[in-house]
Design a protein around this ligand. Structure first.
Ligand SMILES: [Cu+2]
Length: 251
């Protein structure tokens, strides 16, 4: 994607964050923009179940978002995608996450308190950030919903804090270990070689990670960026969500 087109895309996303919501603030106090409409409606549905319907739900979600960019924010391009294996293991050099003005902003500041991620008998090393991202087009972005605990009793209804208003920065922790292990070219080849939809879903969406600690390409992308994008119920708050899921659509 040419640099000018990248900027027109991130400008359109920023426009969505400045456009008033359609969801009622009484029922959804944390929803403060059109962008948040998609976070509130998209995430509990699309992140709730990684079953066979998952990919279809995501496709519709992205189509509605892309349409809103066109109709409400004068965007004329297409939804870009994040080609995982090109940058697996060197995320900080990726044009998507290198902090430049033509990127989606970059890593968060280093947070010494960030914990590693445990899944069954495997512990994934922590990422390199863990605090606010302070560069690129989304450096001043304020996210409003979540955060949600990973220890959830149910994945089918939205847990506390629900739709409460909780403004804070866009948080990232780029994780090259996760990207290199779970979003590499071998994984993509396995996906493309899937014999049927069940095979495809297993490689794409190996979830839950317990007890083997194996992430599918879907989870691998979320955990590669960490923090906000890793939040099970509010991950669409990170603008990387749309590009990650556009790549899933592409697959
Ligand atoms: Cu996802």
């Amino acid at each position: 994607m040419l640099p000018a087109k990248r900027i027109s895309y991130t400008n359109a996303v920023l426009c969505m964050t400045r456009t008033p919501p359609r969801l009622p603030t009484t029922a959804y106090p944390g929803v403060r923009s059109r962008f948040d409409d998609f976070v509130a409606c998209g995430s509990p549905t699309c992140e709730a179940g990684s079953d066979d319907a998952d990919a279809g739900l995501h496709r519709r979600f992205l189509w509605l978002f892309e349409s809103a960019l066109w109709d409400e924010c004068r965007y004329t391009g297409y939804l870009p995608y994040w080609n995982w294996p090109l940058w697996a293991g060197k995320l900080h050099d990726s044009p998507l996450f290198d902090c430049s003005e033509t990127s989606l902003s970059g890593d968060g500041d280093y947070n010494p308190g960030e914990q590693s991620v445990s899944g069954g008998d495997v512990t994934l090393p922590r990422g390199t950030g863990g605090d606010c991202t302070r560069c690129g087009p989304f450096k001043d972005m304020v996210v409003h919903l979540g955060p949600f605990s990973r220890m959830l009793p149910s994945l089918t209804e939205i847990p506390s804090p629900g739709f409460e208003y909780n403004p804070r920065c866009l948080n990232r922790s780029l994780n090259n270990f996760v990207a290199a292990h779970f979003t590499n070219v071998t994984q993509v080849s396995h996906l493309m070689a899937a014999a049927d939809i069940a095979d495809f879903q297993m490689v794409m969406d190996h979830w839950p990670a317990e007890p083997t600690g194996v992430l599918g390409l879907h989870g691998g992308g979320h955990f590669s960026i960490g923090s906000t994008l890793q939040d099970l119920f509010s991950s669409p708050q990170d603008p990387a969500f749309m590009l990650h899921h556009a790549m899933i659509d592409r697959m």
